[in-house]
Design a protein around this ligand. Structure first.
Ligand code: IPD
Ligand code: CA
Ligand code: CA
Length: 258
């Protein structure tokens, strides 16, 4: 396990260096996917290819689920699965040059074992798992306090907030304030570090896999908007929070169905 952890960290830091170097030069190729707001760059694709090459050299039997390059479907989670978001927050990457992450989760026989979220520009590396605890760079992360919704900031998806999906606007009003970073990795890292009490969004498996392992290892909860386990298959409306906040969010989303 230790060898795998240090390998994964090295691959992700190397990928981060490549991304930083590329940002200094001209020539980012930006394409759209499903809409004008759904971007992919040459760096998203290159980073995923690079990570997959390293993973398969380390473990040729590993399965891969990754956002780009046609690797986004995997129904069988048996064995060891690496779940990759090569750049989470591509819009921020393109327009802000910050607030984006590289993320890898390791699943074994359908269970999340290790999560890695690397905020490339801040060089904040959050990693760990249920059995080993959670670390920011090399410092152990303490379990955040079990705050209530009215005690902290709530990470939020803009579309869900604007349309009050699942009572998202009321969730926001009950909190100390809503934050919309546009990067699931930043939000989930924020929860792990006690800067957010919860997060409401619409996410694909590679958006929540790594961060989800980490926040759960710290005693937080996550599910789909209506309390069902996440399916690891396709986009889902998502809630996560401290135990208290999770219950408050779930109560509000269920009330929206009445
Ligand atoms: C997106 C970001 C965003 C979330 C979207 C994701 P991407 O990831 O995490 O915060 O609201 O649902 O798709 O596409 O930039 O990797
Ligand atoms: Ca993402
Ligand atoms: Ca991505």
């Amino acid at each position: 396990m230790q060898i795998m952890i240090s390998e994964i960290k090295n691959w992700m830091k190397d990928a981060g260096e490549i991304i930083k170097e590329a940002l200094k030069k001209e020539g980012l190729t930006v394409d759209t996917k499903t809409s004008r707001k759904d971007l992919v760059t040459n760096l998203d694709k290159q980073t995923q290819d690079y990570l997959i090459k390293q993973i398969l050299a380390f473990d040729p039997n590993a399965k891969i689920l990754g956002e780009e390059n046609g690797k986004d479907q995997l129904t069988d989670l048996s064995g060891r699965v690496f779940i990759i978001d090569p750049i989470d927050g591509t819009m921020n990457f393109v327009l802000e040059h910050e607030n984006f992450c590289i993320m890898i989760a390791v699943y074994e026989e359908g269970q999340g074992v290790l999560g890695f979220v690397y905020d490339v520009m801040k060089e904040d590396f959050l990693w760990g798992g249920r059995d080993i605890g959670v670390f920011l760079n090399e410092e152990r992360v303490p379990k955040p306090k079990d705050c209530a919704l009215n005690e902290g900031l709530l990470g939020m998806n803009a579309v869900m907030y604007a349309n009050n999906i699942g009572n998202a606007r009321i969730m926001g009003e009950r909190s100390m304030g809503v934050r919309m970073s546009g990067c699931a990795g930043v939000e989930l890292m924020g929860m792990a570090l006690g800067k957010r009490v919860g997060y409401v969004s619409n996410l694909a498996p590679w958006d929540y896999a790594a961060g989800g392992i980490l926040i759960q290892a710290l005693g937080m909860k996550m599910s789909n908007l209506y309390g069902k386990p996440l399916q690891m298959n396709g986009r889902e409306q998502f809630i996560a929070g401290t135990p208290q906040v999770y219950e408050e969010l779930l109560t509000l989303s269920m009330e929206s169905l009445k």
